[in-house]
Design a protein around this ligand. Structure first.
Ligand SMILES: [Zn+2]
Length: 152
């Protein structure tokens, strides 16, 4: 009796089997919308909201305190600006559709305070909406009837 072959964990990892270049970008402030407002306040010394799980209210915080709860991404620990590994990830999203993937990651470097952006998309990645639109386009194309006639 042969065992069914399970997909290797690698095939399901967002950072493995990449078939396109990772887009990279370095910025002085977050490219991801999340934390943009707070970062501006941190940099100008304005109080920011205390994490509700710790307390309440607002406080002026150094970068280290503000980012205390974020974790380093050990898949991509390196700051794209100064090469430091003293980084924390503040934004990560991944989307899978029919085995194809797209993802975004952004790190804050605690040494140079730059934000390192990485994003990736499989060349043939499509969202469920795009699959649906393409299916309808194919149906309409296959009918060989000018669209206008359908509505007359
Ligand atoms: Zn850095």
């Amino acid at each position: 009796m042969s065992k069914a072959k399970k997909p290797a964990a690698e095939e399901l990892a967002y950072n493995k089997n990449l078939r396109a270049e990772i887009e990279t970008d370095v910025n002085d402030s977050p490219r991801a919308r999340v934390h943009q407002v707070e970062w501006r306040k941190i940099m100008t010394g304005e109080p920011v909201e205390i994490n509700p799980s710790i307390g309440h209210g607002f406080k002026i915080m150094p970068v280290s305190e503000w980012s205390h709860r974020w974790k380093r991404n050990d898949d991509f620990p390196e700051c794209l600006h100064c090469k430091s590994h003293n980084t924390k990830e503040h934004h990560f999203v991944q989307t899978w559709c029919r085995g194809k993937k797209t993802w975004e990651s952004e790190l804050l470097c605690l040494d140079c305070h730059k934000f390192s952006w990485r994003s990736y998309k499989d060349p043939d990645f499509k969202t469920p909406e795009e699959y649906e639109r393409d299916r309808w386009d194919a149906i309409i194309a296959g009918q060989d009837i000018p669209l206008v006639q359908k509505w007359q």
